[in-house]
Design a protein around this ligand. Structure first.
Ligand code: 2BA
Length: 109
């Protein structure tokens, strides 16, 4: 068995969960926050047979899309007379970041 951990955009999380459930996978949706942008995203956990991993990753690829987000930089502490122009920064957020990790033991109790 493998644990698939997919960090996805909030806007794609519902359609991904719906597609996974329609394909009869079990999934857990965690509300998470990206360390860099400090914006909420979603982390989906799925325990699946190794043979199903590619099918799951294909569903993630189908449902999740990359986007460009604009971030306003933090205004630094400045000395009197210094000037800072806070140009917004464009960041490409991927469709999904997927980790596939081995599971030593799985039980439903
Ligand atoms: P964030 O950490 O908020 O990152 C959002 C996007 O900002 C990233 O998109 C990347 O394009 C950019 N970014 C992140 N760190 C950067 C840095 N040090 N310098 C410049 N740009 C940077 P993605 O790579 O698609 O990542 C989307 C979200 O997936 C991340 O949100 C984070 O929550 C998660 N993630 C990405 N890589 C990860 C990893 N290696 N381990 C754990 N979580 C990860």
């Amino acid at each position: 068995m493998k644990l698939v951990v997919a960090v996805v955009h909030n806007e794609d999380a519902r359609s991904l969960i719906d597609a996974l459930l329609a394909a009869e996978y079990r999934a857990t949706w965690l509300h998470s926050t990206g360390g860099f942008l400090k914006q909420s995203n979603a982390t989906i956990l799925l325990g699946v047979d190794e043979a199903k991993v590619e099918e799951v990753v294909a569903l993630v690829r189908q449902q999740c899309h990359s986007r460009t987000q604009t971030v306003s930089p933090m205004i630094p502490i400045m000395e009197p007379g210094e000037f800072f122009m806070p140009y917004p920064l464009e960041v490409e957020v991927g469709g999904a970041v997927v980790f596939v990790v081995p599971v030593d033991r799985f039980e439903r109790i």
